[in-house]
Design a protein around this ligand. Structure first.
Ligand SMILES: [Zn+2]
Length: 388
């Protein structure tokens, strides 16, 4: 009896457990890059349930074939559309795959994205805003999963041109890709700056565009492998520098803490009222929010105060935003909040946005090439690491 049991146990181990284990570990190593789970339907259903934990406001669940084509982290995600969302702050800080620590994300650009840059550069696309306006009308969903674990399909590079007064902070890293709505929002803001600061002595006033997303979205890690952002994964988050409107002064190609409440209230009003993308939330340090409040109460018109009474709740304090605005948009146009029951207070912060002193270590920067009159060129070789 005992001997029989022994033989059976040995047989079971050799012929059933071992092959099973081998198969599992073979799959776990990602040996089959195009592997798609056998029953995509059931997988999709369960992922969709995960997605709607946030009320389904962030996007939709696409099918696995689509995800394998677009999500740059699909294989790292264990062939899931959306990365499993880590619940604790500590786990989230570690949730980015090491392969995302890159000096540049330019290798993830699509041929279409490069064609678009050439078309704008050569003047084939002469009016970027009307081009984007058209694209918005006919394009389908571009942002998938949530802002913290998502990706971007058919992302649109945001470009500095003669007509928009945008300054792209890290052009050589290829991290200024957004949805068409995001691209239209920044283009429109850049043109508002042109109109507002039309006089010659203000011709160098520019809007500094920091990180948006990688060409196909996904985790944006700093070069050192430390987390760069918690969000910015789906082309719907943009970091914008404070507006610097001094006569005959050049806008620095770097974020800075100097905050002129009057100039920046103008910018906030424009961001919130833009016709292209509803704003879900703007993150800003509380001391700057206080100075906005003070400015509006002291010097604002009746209209300004009414506007602010309705809109102030969409401008929220979050740590790490003392030197830039973080603007999050939705996938439709319209009033801030994007839905009638908007809850900006529930928007996840960019938790891992590092304090500015540390973020300098994380970022790689290139000398600014995005001068008015020329489209910033993307050259991986231009990337220089300024700080150790
Ligand atoms: Zn940000």
């Amino acid at each position: 009896m005992t001997v029989k049991r022994f033989i059976w146990a040995k047989t079971f181990r050799t012929f059933i457990i071992v092959p099973l284990f081998l198969q599992v570990s073979f799959q776990a190593q990602g040996a089959a890059p195009d592997f798609i789970p056998e029953s995509p339907e059931s997988k999709l259903t369960s992922e969709y349930v995960q997605l709607t934990e946030d009320g389904g406001r962030y996007g939709v669940a696409p099918d696995l074939g689509f995800c394998s084509e677009w999500n740059p982290e699909f294989s790292y995600n264990g062939y899931h559309c959306c990365k499993k969302f880590a619940r604790t702050r500590k786990a989230r800080a570690k949730s980015c795959f090491r392969q995302r620590a890159k000096a540049s994300f330019c290798d993830e650009r699509t041929a279409e994205q490069q064609r678009y840059v050439e078309s704008v550069s050569s003047g084939k696309v002469s009016d970027v805003l009307s081009f984007l306006d058209n694209e918005i009308r006919r394009s389908s969903e571009q942002a998938f999963c949530t802002v913290n674990n998502g990706f971007l399909a058919q992302g649109r590079p945001i470009l500095a041109t003669a007509s928009n007064r945008l300054l792209i902070r890290n052009a050589g890293r290829c991290v200024a890709f957004g949805t068409d709505r995001m691209a239209a929002l920044t283009e429109w803001l850049g043109r508002q700056v042109v109109q507002k600061y039309a006089e010659a002595e203000y011709s160098n006033v520019k809007l500094l565009v920091g990180d948006v997303s990688a060409p196909r979205g996904g985790c944006l890690l700093g070069l050192s492998g430390r987390k760069g952002h918690a969000s910015h994964t789906s082309g719907q988050d943009v970091d914008l520098g404070f507006l610097w409107a001094r006569k005959n002064a050049q806008t620095p190609n770097e974020f800075y803490r100097t905050f002129d409440p009057k100039t920046n209230f103008w910018l906030v009003q424009n961001i919130l009222q833009n016709p292209y993308a509803c704003v879900r939330v703007i993150f800003l340090d509380r001391k700057h929010i206080r100075s906005l409040n003070k400015e509006i109460n002291k010097h604002g018109s009746q209209e300004d105060r009414q506007f602010w009474a309705k809109m102030a709740r969409f401008v929220r304090h979050a740590p790490g935003h003392a030197n830039h605005f973080h603007v999050r948009v939705g996938s439709v146009s319209g009033a801030p909040g994007c839905t009638v029951d908007a809850r900006p207070e529930l928007e996840p912060e960019d938790e891992n946005a590092l304090p500015e002193s540390n973020s300098e270590v994380l970022e790689v920067r290139i000398p600014s090439r995005s001068t008015a009159g020329s489209v910033a060129e993307f050259q991986t070789s231009d990337v220089v690491k300024v700080h150790p």
